[in-house]
Write a protein that binds this ligand. Structure first.
Ligand code: MD3
Ligand code: FE
Length: 196
C-alpha cells in the first residue's frame, strides 16, 4: 500500500476482544439505517466521548447513543493505549481519539466503497484494528473510479491511515463463513477517530 498507510501485522492483543464485549454489554450492537433507507449488514456500536451514527436524517457524530439516550460507554484504557501506540509507530505522535466505532461483521456482511469524511480535521490519522474472522479490505484512491487494491486483514492487524490515504475510498468484501476461537462467527473492527 502507499506511504501514508502503515500496516502493523499482529499489533493488537487478544485482550481487546473482552473490552469489545464489555462495551457491547452497555451499548448493544445494532444495524443502523443509511440516509437512503438501507439497513446496514454491519452491526455497530461506539465507545468514547463521540460515536458515529447514521439514520434517515444523515451521518453524524453524537455524544449520546440514540437507542438509549445515554452517553456512549467510556473508551477502555486498552483501546486508547493501542490507538496511541499504533499511531506513534506510524509517525503520528500524540494521537488522542475522541471516538471509537466498533463494527461487527457476520459471514456475508460487507461494507461498500466509501470515504470517511464526517470528521473535522483530515490531517488527523485514523487507526483501525481487526479482530476475529479474516477479511479482504478494498483500498482505492481519491476517486471512486480509481483502481482498487485487495489487502487481507487478519486477527490482530492494525492499520494507520494518514496523509492522502485518509480520504481514499475503501470497503470490505463480504466476510466468508468461518469460526474464530476468540470471536466465534464474527469479525470485529475498531476504528479510532478524532471526530472533533
Ligand atoms: C482508509 N471500516 O468503519 S477499517 C469504517 O473493516 C470502515 O470495518 C472498515 O471503513 C472495517 O468506516 C475498514 C479501515 C479503514 C477505516 C477508515 C478509513 C480504512 C480507511 C478511512 C480512510 C482511509
Ligand atoms: Fe470507512
Amino acid at each position: 500500500m502507499t506511504g501514508d498507510v502503515a500496516l502493523l501485522r499482529g499489533f493488537a492483543g487478544d485482550a481487546l476482544v473482552d473490552d469489545v464485549a464489555r462495551t457491547a454489554a452497555s451499548a448493544p450492537f445494532r444495524h443502523m439505517v443509511t440516509p437512503g433507507g438501507f439497513r446496514m449488514s454491519v452491526a455497530m456500536t461506539n465507545c468514547g466521548p463521540l460515536g458515529w451514527v447514521t439514520d434517515r436524517k444523515g451521518y453524524r457524530y453524537s455524544a449520546v447513543d440514540p437507542e438509549s439516550g445515554q452517553p456512549w460507554p467510556a473508551m477502555p484504557e486498552s483501546f486508547r493505549e493501542l490507538a496511541y501506540k499504533a499511531a506513534r509507530e506510524a509517525g503520528f505522535a500524540g494521537f488522542t481519539p475522541d471516538a471509537c466505532l466498533i463494527n461487527r461483521y457476520a459471514p456475508g456482511a460487507k461494507m461498500s466503497l466509501h470515504q470517511d469524511k464526517d470528521e473535522r480535521d483530515f490531517s488527523q490519522p485514523l487507526v483501525s484494528v481487526s479482530l476475529g474472522l479474516p477479511a479482504v479490505f478494498l483500498f482505492g484512491g481519491l476517486s471512486r473510479k480509481d483502481k482498487v487494491e485487495r489487502v487481507p486483514l487478519r486477527h490482530g492487524d492494525v492499520v494507520v491511515w494518514g496523509g492522502a490515504a485518509r480520504l481514499f475510498y475503501h470497503g470490505i468484501m463480504p466476510i466468508k463463513d468461518g469460526m474464530h476461537p476468540l470471536t466465534g462467527a464474527f469479525r470485529f473492527n475498531l476504528t479510532f477517530r478524532r471526530a472533533q
